[in-house]
Design a protein around this ligand. Structure first.
Ligand SMILES: [Fe+2]
Length: 209
């Protein structure tokens, strides 16, 4: 399936999972799409659509009722979180994303009929797996959890290969260092609750790479 077709399918899935009107979702996608033409290959529109879908599924499965996790906030945070993940700005893409949200706050509040965008701004700032401080809201924990992806090693390797220009040795090293049993990727509670005991199998798979 072409990338465009698969993205359209993902957009349809998002629309089917939320009560937010299709027009509002299309409006946001139109605003953000040009940014994702400039991001690195592993952080394109397809990735943020996946993260948004996972955020909604986590909210549904775990009965998350927190006010910060209204669908509108999930959509904006999920779809905007990697807008500035270009090769040059990868290390500060979360900061640039948070600034963009604050600068475009009026526009986003109007589009989604929400009171403020503060939780979204902080969620984007705090979404990276290297974030070591407390999460300022459940929305931050939710996006950080969803951004770890599903525990599908094949998909993760495929995605990482894009980022490492096809160098398999580097990818395996990265997988072990980041996602292995003693890796630096520490999982938020929402991630652990959502994936339950799949995590053990996943560690075994990484050990056998
Ligand atoms: Fe991401």
């Amino acid at each position: 399936m072409s990338n465009i077709m698969s993205n359209l399918k993902k957009i349809e899935e998002i629309k089917s999972l939320t009560m937010v009107s299709d027009d509002r979702i299309d409006g946001l996608i139109e605003i953000i799409s040009p940014f994702y033409l400039k991001t690195d290959k592993a952080h394109g529109l397809d990735h943020v659509l996946d993260v948004t879908i996972t955020m909604i599924k986590m909210k549904i499965k775990l009965f998350i009722k927190d006010e910060s996790c209204i669908d509108e906030n999930i959509l904006v945070a999920g779809l905007c979180h990697d807008m500035f993940s270009t090769l040059e700005d990868r290390k500060i893409h979360n900061e640039k994303g948070a600034i963009w949200i604050s600068k475009n706050s009026d526009k986003l509040q109007n589009l989604f009929q929400i009171d403020n965008t503060r939780a979204i701004e902080l969620a984007i700032l705090e979404h990276r797996s290297s974030w070591k401080q407390e999460f300022s809201s459940t929305l931050s924990e939710l996006i950080s959890s969803a951004d770890r992806g599903y525990l599908n090693l094949d998909d993760m390797i495929e995605r990482s290969l894009k980022y490492h220009n096809g160098n398999m040795e580097e990818v395996i090293k990265h997988m072990r260092e980041k996602f292995g049993r003693t890796g630096y990727a520490k999982y938020p509670q929402i991630f652990l609750d959502f994936h339950d005991d799949d995590l053990e199998y996943f560690y075994d798979d990484i050990d056998s790479l």
